[in-house]
Design a protein around this ligand. Structure first.
Ligand code: NAD
Length: 437
């Protein structure tokens, strides 16, 4: 196992590039600027508010994470985005309807200056949307080169030294991987031949990695999660992470399911349904886009509960997930869970959850943390899949043949131990016998 010899210092400004400037992206951008101007606090962000225990419990060392590892300050962030609609960030945020008019008014001047670059888009991959603000090119490779030129121009014009990208675009339709995804050579040939199997998100990912820009994927579509991209990330020495921000119902699942397993409470069934009225909800109304989401949401329980190890407890449960597009609710999703569990001697019990959440409010701090942690990883020389960032994802990317870790508490321990490891501090095992010697 390697350890980073040094972490390059934060030097200059950091560009955060967002393919997709809708509800999540604008809530993130506006929130960072509101926090920078002192109008609101960045709750929910580990990089801004989290602490990390170091050494023994008797040492009382618990610095803020941003004082322990050299994280780029929020003040150094410059924003860039691509979208299929030309709306500036103020207009897009107003349409998304997540933040109040009062909050948006406080940063209107800033948001109006953020205008998206033209997007790489294929309506075959997002059937419910079509927009005019798109690039035209002779081939998919040509489109990738146009994106690389965008990145170069953004860096030059904004005077940023480093960039990271976080996919905040719509969920693309579910497609299996094909031959074109298996090697970098096949993928580049596919780009030149405009293979139908290459999604727009993968073209962005390719362009970013070619420019040394770490890439995180907030949606369940593949984007950067297939062998050719893993190969490219290692070749270029770039960090990658994904997939699908862990917010709302899946966040609840990965908090509760580890508790059931810890106490050996059995599961007969878990029925989850949502109503959601934002553009994301509209896109997910298309069965092919929902399929991407469903695949990402369903894997969670299987990996946490490990039915092969506990066949009596978890061998036969039924797990159903539904998302219903219901416009009146906008971004304020309501998620219901009915959980049928059983305990001692098999006696059944039920748990009902009604989570009135705000999707983009839960996602925005994840975008911030991913951007700052990916930049940190990059400066620490860590490339390829960053599994320690699983904490933020519904469907964490891992090395091939490794099952993902979904338990939120194990994910947090992994994240914090990675930070300790980066700084040469002892990893925390929670053994604690030494206190009783
Ligand atoms: N909000 C959450 O809690 C949450 C959780 C997990 C995942 N996600 C995912 O994050 C993504 C963003 O969510 P949102 O609520 O902001 O959705 P949104 O519909 O408000 O925004 C998505 C934006 O992406 C744009 N877009 C689509 N295809 C594009 C392309 N090829 N290039 C550039 N722009 C493109 C759309 O025009 C839109 O403005 C979605 O994929 C969603 O599934 C959100």
């Amino acid at each position: 196992m390697k350890t980073p010899q040094t972490i390059a210092p934060v030097d200059g400004r950091l560009g955060v590039l967002l393919p997709g400037m809708g509800a999540v992206a604008t809530t993130f951008i506006a929130g960072v600027e509101l926090a920078r101007r002192g109008h609101a606090k960045p709750f929910g962000s580990l990089t801004q508010q989290g602490t990390i225990r170091l050494g023994k419990r008797t040492e009382n060392r618990s610095p803020r994470i941003h004082d322990f590892v050299p994280i780029a300050p929020m003040e150094s962030i410059e924003f860039g985005a691509w979208d299929i609609f030309p709306d500036d960030a103020f207009t897009a945020a107003t349409k998304a309807g997540v933040l109040s008019k009062d909050h948006l008014a406080l940063v209107r001047d800033f948001l109006e200056n953020i205008r998206p670059m033209t997007a790489v888009f294929d309506p075959g991959y997002v059937k419910k949307l079509d927009g005019p603000h798109v690039k035209r090119g002779a081939s998919k490779m040509d489109l990738a080169e146009q994106l690389m030129a965008d990145i170069d121009a953004f860096k030059r014009d904004r005077g940023v030294t480093r960039c990271v990208a976080v996919w905040c675009g719509s969920t693309e339709t579910w497609r299996p991987t094909t031959e074109v995804h298996q090697t970098l050579e096949a993928f580049e040939r596919g780009l030149r031949e405009s293979s139908d199997d290459i999604a727009p998100s993968a073209i962005y990912a390719y362009a970013c990695l070619r420019r040394g820009v770490p890439f995180a994927n907030g949606a369940p579509n593949l984007a950067v999660d297939f062998p050719a991209m893993h190969e490219l990330s290692r070749r270029e020495g770039v960090a990658i992470a994904g997939k699908d921000f862990k917010t709302g119902q899946t966040l609840m699942k990965t908090i509760l399911a580890p508790g059931f397993k810890a106490r050996l409470l059995g599961l007969d069934g878990w029925y989850s349904t949502n109503i959601l009225g934002n553009r994301d909800g509209e896109v997910l109304d298309d069965p092919d886009s929902f399929k991407s989401k469903e695949v990402s949401k369903l894997g969670v329980l299987e990996h946490i509960l490990q039915p092969h190890l506990y066949p009596d407890l978890y061998g036969h449960y039924s797990h159903v997930v539904r998302i219903n597009y219901y416009p009146p609710r906008g971004d304020n999703k309501e998620g219901w869970d009915n959980i049928d569990i059983f305990g001692w001697l098999g006696y059944p019990m039920q748990i009902k959850i009604d989570f009135l959440c705000r999707d983009s409010i839960l996602a925005a701090p994840i975008v911030l943390d991913l951007a700052l942690f990916l930049d940190l990883a990059q400066r620490a020389g860590m490339s390829g899949v960053q599994e320690w960032l699983s904490f933020y994802f519904k469907s964490p990317m891992t090395a091939p043949d490794l099952y993902p870790e979904h338990d939120l508490f194990i994910q947090l321990m992994k994240l914090k131990n990675t930070l300790r490891w980066m700084r040469g501090e002892d990893l925390i095992t929670h053994l604690g016998l030494e206190y009783y010697d």
